[in-house]
Every structure is written in structure tokens, then in C-alpha cells.
Design a binder for this molecule. Structure first.
Ligand SMILES: Nc1ncnc2c1ncn2[C@@H]1O[C@H](COP(=O)(O)OP(=O)(O)OP(=O)(O)O)[C@@H](O)[C@H]1O
Ligand SMILES: O=c1[nH]c(=O)c2[nH+]cn([C@@H]3O[C@H](COP(=O)(O)O)[C@@H](O)[C@H]3O)c2[nH]1
Ligand SMILES: NC(=O)CC[C@H](N)C(=O)O
Ligand SMILES: [Mg+2]
Length: 507
């Protein structure tokens, strides 16, 4: 299988880069900058961005194996700066940074910019810049600040770009990657997710053999797809466990049970663990601490359930790539944003061996895998719901009262979105409880209650997101339904922050 290697220098977008290449029909895999790399079937190399500066003492380097592999190389941001330094050019800080949208102009012909207009907007995120290109290299574009935004040596097949083509805000970003992968590396693009499915089923079968496994099934998109995939591989040796930790939405237990009980031969057990989760979370206010407690408790429940089965050694989780990257468990150089309960929130000692068949994929790819496996639309197109559930949507301390309030508010919001056809137009929507009291007036009397925040975002893979432009009339209906039906709420606000700089969940 011909592939492109993406070398990770710690960018938040490394896997996204790999995904964009897979979307072009070319298999792509991420390796760490200091891994021992095998170049079998590799047809091109992309160096990612990263948080370091190339002259820092412990700045990650590029190996001679990569430099001498005689394969086309595309360096992005840090990757470009590293190539510049390594090959005899110069990288400097000159007191100007470029973050976000920046205009560039193509100044010289390049295969990378084939069929692309001569000026366009790109997405930047840098403060270091290449100020002198290596010998025999030419500059091919400049930003409106006169900063070198790309250089190359066509004979050596080495290209560098300062901007991020993988981020949607870069116009023609996909075309640039296409020019590299199809044009410069000469790959045709016949790889599909069907190949992924076949390889994974075989891999799971080889790993688990005739032992038993449990799958942590939440009823969400990722674990449902992981369940069906694993079930294809090991059949009835798979048992599904759904944990009711008391942080689920209104009627969620009944809904998950009715959808999955006996679904495709999956035998589902619901574990009532409300008491143990809620007592451990008492008086905890720090988001990271909440996430860690929940991550650990989940594992303890799974261990306990696994003990009830003979020869049950494996735990299957529906972890996907965005869970991994934000928990900073991907590259050695990546910054941690938050500990997703199933990755960064896991305890050190775990009795079970964890298998995560969807770990390299993004949400939209997981949905496509689900379609290949024949899962119904109602399951595949549900909004994501985080494992820690309402615990990370109640700011600060959690208690039964706040949980009851938030469940009501959330269900009104979601119900209205479904009634107006907006549920399917947005990527994820939910309510957040802000336990700050403000003054209101109801029936000529003073009221003093909490604030409910509504959050709805549009996204493709959850790595970046825009707030949804839900019509005011609908927000108006939601707001009055909430204040009429939930007396503890005096005020409703709508979150208009994008990611970045905000994240989707509030904690
Ligand atoms: N209540 C739960 N019971 C059992 N396992 C759970 C529960 N909540 C989460 N998990 C496990 O944690 C993993 C990560 O949760 P996450 O919410 O990211 O995925 P999901 O629930 O499968 O899909 P979605 O993103 O659509 O909600 C799940 O795939 C599942 O394996
Ligand atoms: O299973 C999960 N465990 C977690 O700990 C977790 N934290 C965030 N999310 C979901 O991930 C996506 C990105 O969310 P953030 O922008 O808040 O990081 C959104 O879809 C979030 O709902 C989680 N899912
Ligand atoms: N996004 C990046 O790769 C940043 C690279 C480098 N640290 C800079 O600020 O220029
Ligand atoms: Mg979920």
C-alpha cells in the first residue's frame, strides 16, 4: 500500500494533515520525529508544524534517513523552518508574528501552486520566519508583510510552506496538498476506508484471538461503530457494557437500552454506577480533576465487569483521534488542552488490555466507516456526547439539583432543534449550567436564579468549530420555553465563541 508519511513535530493539526491526505485517496500515517522509520512503500514525506523554535536547545530535529531518502518532502511551518536551518538558510524572529488569516502572493512558478490564483488567503500561526533560503532554493511566495511564505528546490523535490494547508481557513489548501501528493509524489489516489475496515477486522481478530472482550458502549457514534467492527471480528466473544454514571441526559438510559438491546447480536449490560461516580465527584470543581476521576471510575467499572466473564482480557473503547490529540497523548511535543476521560484521564494501572480500533480516525471518517458497516443513520448522525457527560457542562461543583436543572434545559433545547429541523444542520448542540445567580422578574415577583448557556457549533471533525447561526426566532422560542419551564433559570445566553480560541465543551 503506497503511502505518505507525516512526521509529527507537535502541531495540533498533525493528524488532520494525515486525514486530508487520506481524503485524497492516499493512505497516510503519522510518525514521531525521532521514530525509527521504515521507508517501505513511502512515496513522500510531510513535516508538520510544531510549537518549538528551530534554534532552541532541545528543538526536535530531522533525521539523516529522511533527508537522504530521496523522497519528495513538504515542510509545513516548523517543518519548513527546520528544512531552512538544516540546509543552510536562516530562521529569525523579527518582532512580527502572523496568526490567523494572511494574504500571500505567488512570486515564482511552482508545481505546488499549479492551477491556483496568484493571491489568496492562508491560515498562519508563527512568529519565527525564514529570512534566507538555502543555496539553490528559490522563494515562491511572500505574505503581505513581505515574509517568505514558501520556498523550494524542484530538482531535489524539497518544498516548504509557512502556512497550514490542512486548516480549512486556508484557501486552496486542499489543492496544494493535492499538487504535492498527486503531482509531485505521483500517487493516484485509489485508497478507501473500505481498505481500512478490512484491515482493522483482521487486526482485531489477530490481537484478541479466542479470548473475550468487553466494549465500553455509550450509544454514541464512536463506540457504536467500534462495537459493530469488533463484533464482525470476534462475534459473540464481545460483551457490551453501558455505564450509567448519573451524568447522562434525560431518558438516555432507556433510549440506549431500547436501541442496543439485542442489536446485531450485541449483548448489552447497563451498570448502575451513579452512586460511586457522584460521591467521588462531590466538592470537586477543577475540570481536569473531574475528568481524571471519571476516567478512572470508568476503568474500575469495566475491570469489575470483565472479572465476571471467563477469559476476558480486553477492553474495546471508541476512542477517536480528536480525543487523543487534545489529551496530548499523540506526539511528544504536543501541548495538552484537556484530558479526554478515555485517554488522558485513564489511570496508570489497568488490568485490561485496551484496544482502540478507531484511534487514528476523525469523526466524519468514523461515520463513513459506520455507513460501510451498515449502521443506521439515527445512530451515525447523533450529536457527539462526551464520556464525562453533564459533569463538564455544569461549571464547578456538581450536585443532584444542578443535574436535574441541566437535564431539563438541555432537553428543551434539543427538542426545539429537532422540531425546527435544526438538529441535523448543526454538528453538536447542548446546554451548559453556569451556577452564577442573577436577578430576574417573574409574575411581578423578583427571582434569583442560575444562568443557562446554549452552545451549538458547526464543524467537520471537532478540531475547529464555528458557532452555529441558529435563527433568532428559534433561539427566542428556546429561551422562553426554558425560563417558563425551568424555574431555577432566570437568564439564557447563547455562546458565540469559535474553536479556537474557545473549545466546544466549557470544561
Ligand atoms: N456511559 C458510557 N458507558 C460506557 N462507555 C462509555 C460511556 N461514555 C463513554 N464511553 C466510552 O468512552 C469512549 C469515548 O466517548 P465519546 O463520547 O468520545 O464517544 P462515543 O460516545 O462513542 O461517541 P460520541 O462522540 O458520538 O458521543 C466511547 O467510545 C466509549 O467507549
Ligand atoms: O468522550 C469524550 N470524552 C471527553 O473527555 C471529552 N471532552 C470533550 N469531548 C468531545 O470532544 C469534542 C471536542 O471538544 P472540545 O472542543 O471541548 O475539546 C466535542 O465533541 C466534545 O463533546 C469529549 N469526549
Ligand atoms: N505553527 C508552527 O509550526 C510554529 C513554528 C514556530 N514555533 C513559529 O512560531 O514560527
Ligand atoms: Mg459519547
Amino acid at each position: 500500500m503506497e503511502k505518505i508519511l507525516v512526521v509529527d513535530y507537535g502541531s495540533q493539526y498533525t493528524q488532520l494533515l494525515a486525514k486530508r491526505i487520506r481524503d485524497l485517496g492516499v493512505f497516510s500515517e503519522v510518525v514521531q520525529f525521532d521514530d525509527n522509520i521504515s521507508f517501505n512503500d513511502v512515496k513522500g514525506i510531510v513535516l508538520s508544524g510544531g510549537p518549538d523554535s528551530v534554534y532552541d536547545i532541545d528543538a526536535p530535529d530531522i533525521s539523516d534517513e529522511i533527508l537522504n531518502a530521496e523522497l519528495p518532502i513538504l515542510g509545513i511551518c516548523y517543518g519548513m523552518q527546520l528544512m531552512a536551518k538544516k540546509l543552510g538558510g536562516k530562521v529569525e524572529q523579527r518582532g512580527i508574528a502572523e496568526y490567523g488569516k494572511t494574504k500571500i502572493t505567488i512570486t515564482d512558478q511552482s508545481l505546488l501552486f499549479k492551477k491556483i490564483p496568484s493571491t489568496f488567503n492562508v491560515w498562519m500561526s508563527h512568529k519565527d520566519m525564514v529570512t534566507q533560503v538555502p543555496e539553490k532554493f528559490k522563494i515562491t511566495s511572500l505574505t503581505s508583510n513581505n515574509i517568505i511564505s514558501s520556498f523550494e528546490n524542484e530538482t531535489e523535490n524539497i518544498y516548504g510552506i509557512q502556512f497550514h494547508p490542512e486548516v480549512r481557513h486556508t484557501e486552496f489548501g486542499i489543492d496544494i496538498l493535492k499538487n504535492f501528493v498527486h503531482g509531485i509524489c505521483g500517487l493516484k489516489g485509489s485508497w478507501t476506508l473500505m481498505d481500512f475496515v478490512e484491515n482493522k477486522i483482521k487486526e482485531i481478530r489477530d490481537t484478541i484471538g479466542d479470548k473475550k472482550a468487553i466494549i465500553a458502549l455509550s450509544g454514541g457514534v464512536d463506540s457504536s461503530v467500534a462495537a459493530v467492527l469488533t463484533h464482525r471480528a470476534i462475534g459473540n466473544n464481545l460483551k457490551a457494557i453501558f455505564v450509567n454514571h448519573g451524568l447522562l441526559r434525560m431518558n438516555e438510559v432507556e433510549e440506549v437500552e431500547s436501541t442496543f438491546r439485542d442489536y446485531m447480536g450485541l449483548n448489552l449490560t447497563t451498570v448502575d454506577a451513579q452512586e460511586r461516580f457522584l460521591s467521588k465527584l462531590k466538592r470537586v470543581t477543577d475540570p481536569e480533576q473531574k475528568r481524571k476521576i471519571i476516567g478512572e471510575e470508568f476503568i474500575r467499572v469495566f475491570e469489575q465487569e470483565a472479572k465476571k466473564e471467563k477469559d476476558c482480557e480486553y477492553l474495546i473503547q471508541g476512542t477517536i483521534y480528536s480525543d487523543v490529540i487534545e489529551s496530548a497523548k499523540s506526539g511528544k511535543k504536543t501541548f495538552k488542552i484537556k484530558s479526554h476521560h478515555n485517554v488522558g484521564g485513564l489511570p496508570e494501572d489497568i488490568d485490561l488490555k485496551i484496544v482502540e480500533p478507531l484511534k487514528e480516525l476523525f469523526k466524519d471518517e468514523v461515520r463513513s466507516v459506520g455507513e460501510i458497516l451498515g449502521l443506521p443513520r439515527e445512530i451515525l448522525y447523533r450529536h457527539p456526547f462526551p464520556g464525562p457527560g453533564l459533569a463538564i457542562r455544569i461549571i464547578g461543583e456538581i450536585n443532584e439539583e444542578k443535574l436535574t436543572i441541566l437535564k431539563k434545559v438541555d432537553s428543551i433545547f434539543i427538542k426545539t432543534l429537532k422540531e425546527t429541523g435544526w438538529y441535523d444542520k448543526v454538528w453538536q448542540a447542548f446546554a451548559v449550567l453556569i451556577p452564577v445567580k442573577t436577578v430576574g422578574i417573574t409574575g411581578d415577583k423578583r427571582s434569583y436564579g442560575y444562568v443557562a448557556a446554549l452552545r451549538s457549533v458547526d464543524s467537520v471533525e471537532g478540531m475547529t468549530a464555528d458557532w452555529s447561526k441558529i435563527p433568532f426566532e428559534i433561539l427566542d422560542v428556546v429561551s422562553s420555553r426554558i425560563t417558563n419551564e425551568v424555574e431555577e433559570i432566570t437568564r439564557v445566553v447563547y455562546d458565540i465563541s469559535s474553536k479556537p480560541p474557545a473549545t466546544i465543551e466549557w470544561e
